[in-house]
Design a protein around this ligand. Structure first.
Ligand SMILES: [Zn+2]
Length: 271
């Protein structure tokens, strides 16, 4: 009886939270980032990028999870529809590319360093952007949702408006040959007086970057993805390998970036 009351109490408390994709009140549901099906879900540790990155980084022990990196920030409906109906596209892309990448690195005399896979870009981006929105602290669910020029079009796109990003965002991708995963819901890059807000979700074999439209700030080696594209071409050459993991730039001269710890997650498999 006592246990039941405590459980009900917990449900009541969580219903005060806003879900980060649709903005409605309700019980929160867990989202795996990276999504299940596109990676082998293993034991991982999670840290904030701000804890391990930069001059004053203190080595910290990560927070362990036995089955991947999870965020309880979205509702069941968004989890089942916006993400659940499109996650298969991410899984298909990852599997097709991984197969070809394995083949490329085994075959010593491949004539080209590119791999290729067909894709449904809208489905792929809808799921990737949904996971970017979900990968944040539950504290964000306690705030009143508001219109935001950067996030509102992303939410509308994830909820089904195929044209929501036309005037607001560009999308880029590149080869990400690493075991760790990175997700940053928003960061701001300043490059010689140009500024741009961006989001990133990276896990093998691709880094996926959202930027404000037309700002022209993206790393060397990044390829622009249009929602009308029918395929992905990924360059496996080592030319830009130093710029494959965040921050993907040297940060020299008048270059810097701003980010919030709770929205900047690094997770890595542990044994
Ligand atoms: Zn929702």
């Amino acid at each position: 009886m006592m246990l039941l009351r405590q459980f009900n109490n917990r449900v009541a408390l969580s219903s005060c939270n806003r879900r980060v994709i649709c903005g409605k009140y309700g019980r929160l549901s867990k989202d795996h980032v990276p999504p299940q099906g596109s990676i082998t879900v293993t034991k991982v540790e999670q840290v904030h990028l701000t804890e391990v990155f930069g001059l004053n980084a203190n080595p910290v022990k990560g927070i362990p999870s036995t089955n991947g990196s999870k965020f309880r920030t979205i509702c069941r409906e968004c989890n089942m529809t916006a993400l659940g109906e499109n996650d298969g596209e991410i899984a298909d892309v990852c599997k097709a590319l991984t197969r070809q990448i394995n083949h490329f690195f085994r075959a010593a005399n491949s004539p080209t360093s590119h791999v290729y896979t067909p894709l449904n870009a809208v489905k792929y981006c809808r799921a990737m952007i949904g996971h970017i929105l979900a990968a944040t602290s539950v504290n964000e669910c306690r705030r009143e949702p508001c219109e935001a020029p950067y996030f509102t079009p992303l939410q509308q796109f994830v909820l089904g408006d195929d044209h929501a990003l036309e005037d607001t965002h560009d999308i880029y991708y590149w080869f990400f040959p690493h075991k760790h995963h990175q997700s940053i819901k928003i960061f701001r890059m300043v490059n010689e007086g140009n500024e741009c807000s961006m989001s990133i979700l990276s896990f093998f074999p691709l880094a996926f970057l959202l930027t404000e439209k037309g700002k022209g700030i993206y790393p060397a080696g990044a390829v622009k993805l249009e929602l009308s594209d029918k395929s992905l071409f990924v360059d496996l050459s080592a030319l830009n390998i130093d710029f494959s993991t965040f921050p993907a730039v040297e940060l020299k001269g008048n270059q810097f970036l701003l980010m919030a710890g709770s929205m900047s997650i690094l997770s890595y498999p542990i044994t």
